[in-house]
Design a protein around this ligand. Structure first.
Ligand code: GDP
Length: 454
């Protein structure tokens, strides 16, 4: 029996592909009896492992499908168990009749994320890699895809394991002082211990500093278009969406006061928000003459203050600044209508754009990326990034415990065995994060958002 009372010694089955019409669906069967159960539902004998064979799938004397069947003997499978994958014809009926047949022969319907959970419990993936599997499935930007793949590849795990080893090394350095508290200083100079601890703190802090970038990569940066009516905000919204040839996803808003879409053509995923003309409102800021939702302004990462002339641009900027602490980019719209689109308003360079001709749009997207770079740090391709609150919390704990160790060690405030407790707690925080210790509740939280079949 494993986490949440879910049995681990039975054989599970699920449709792993998305439901609905499609050419092909994937049915996954995993567990000790997977091969025996599959054998009952194939017209011919079980095919050779690791090669796809076209097989007739049957239930008694009834034919269910012609499917490509592949056997993966454990432990060399995704779950670490004997696994059979059926690439069946798609749609609703065929895959579900195959699942039903396999269940009638002793398999059990898998719970969400149960295949990946088994992969973790069988040592095929650590928890961070399992999270990355979920992130890859949910990724809606190239940045998230890259980050999740790096994490699946073990980038973050290796970094954290390295830091855990450094902490354990530090524990070894102070072991003498722990074992012989009544003696004078141990064989390792106190400064060396101090320096080692500070070095590890620096690395933990470097990782922590990636958390805000990680959040933007996961959630997308909220870019709000604000300005008086008719200055061309909706046209700019549409032009920017049209400009970004990459994936554009319309997100139906939870409220009806904004139109939101994800742009994924630059470095950062952007959630572009247009609130123009979409509602009657009593928002203070709208009564003052610009169209934008205060709710969005307060959560914005970047605001595009739009106007057609320098004077009203200045007014818009000061109104936006009343409700938002986000960086504001000054955008002069309809640049095709003016002879000189590059005039400056005091203290702020103006970006001239035309939704009509497309002029200035690429520069505007570049300026948004630059603002985000300045705020969250550039995304370094090879550095692991913290993308979840769970990561940040654990590293925060490790860092603050190490900080307490450094200050008590430096001032000789606490006896060595007590100072060593801080190191133990720091090590434990990292181990829980990676999943090298038994942490069933962590597993429950990680897998609660998975889909069935993953
Ligand atoms: P909003 O109320 O701020 O969202 O403004 P709209 O996007 O609805 O545009 C108001 C009017 O300005 C429409 O008639 C648009 O066709 C026009 N417009 C918007 N952008 C441009 C532009 O770049 N060039 C020109 N010439 N007209 C524009």
């Amino acid at each position: 029996m494993g986490a949440s009372g879910v049995r681990l010694d039975d054989t599970i089955v699920a449709v792993a592909s998305a439901p609905g019409r499609g050419a092909v669906a994937l049915v996954r069967l995993s567990g000790a009896d997977a091969f025996a159960i599959a054998a009952k539902h194939l017209r011919v004998k079980l095919p050779e492992p690791r090669a796809s064979h076209l097989c007739e799938v049957i239930d008694g004397d009834q034919q269910l499908d012609q499917a490509l069947v592949t056997l993966f003997p454990g432990p060399n499978s995704f779950t670490g168990e004997d696994t059979v994958e059926f690439s069946t014809h798609g749609g609703y009926l065929v895959p579900s009749t195959i699942v039903a047949a396999l269940i009638s022969s002793g398999a059990r319907q898998a719970t969400p994320g149960e295949f990946t959970r088994r992969a973790v419990l069988n040592g095929k993936l650590d928890i961070l890699q399992a999270e990355a599997v979920g992130d890859l499935v949910d990724a809606n930007s190239h940045a998230m895809q890259r980050t999740a793949l790096g994490q699946l590849d073990g980038g973050l795990s290796r970094r954290l394991l390295g830091l855990r080893d450094d902490l354990i090394g530090l524990e070894a350095l102070i072991a003498y002082d722990v074992d012989f508290p009544e003696e004078d200083d141990g064989p390792v100079p106190r400064e060396r211990i101090d320096q080692t601890a500070r070095g590890i703190r620096k690395s933990l802090e470097a990782l922590l500093s990636t958390a805000s970038a990680g959040e933007v990569i996961r959630e997308g940066a909220i870019v709000v278009i604000a300005g008086p009516p008719n200055v061309g905000k909706s046209s700019l919204f549409n032009a920017l969406l049209g400009k970004s040839r990459a994936i554009v996803t319309e997100i139906p808003g939870t409220t009806r006061d904004a139109l939101e879409a994800v742009i994924d053509s630059g470095k950062w995923p952007l959630r572009l928000v247009d609130t123009a003309g979409l509602r009657e409102t009593s928002d203070r800021i709208e009564l003052l003459g610009i169209e934008v939702s205060e709710r969005y302004l307060t959560s914005a990462d970047v605001v595009l203050a739009c106007a057609e002339d320098p004077r009203s641009l200045e007014e818009t900027i000061s109104l936006v600044a009343l409700s938002s602490t986000a960086p504001i980019l000054s955008v002069r719209t309809k640049s095709d209508l003016v002879s000189n689109g590059n005039e400056l308003v005091p203290s702020s360079p103006v970006l001239s754009v035309s939704a009509e001709t497309g002029a200035g749009l690429q520069v505007l997207l570049g300026a948004i990326d630059a603002v985000l770079d300045a705020r969250h740090g550039e995304i370094a391709a090879d550095l692991p990034i913290l993308t979840r609150a769970r990561h940040r919390k654990a590293i925060d704990i490790a860092n603050s415990e190490l900080g307490q160790f450094v200050s008590s060690w430096g001032e000789k405030k606490l006896p060595a065995p007590v100072a060593a407790v801080h190191l133990r707690t720091a090590v434990h925080a990292l181990e829980e994060l990676i999943g090298t210790v038994e942490v069933e509740d962590v597993l429950d939280r990680v897998f609660s958002s998975f889909c069935v079949g993953k």
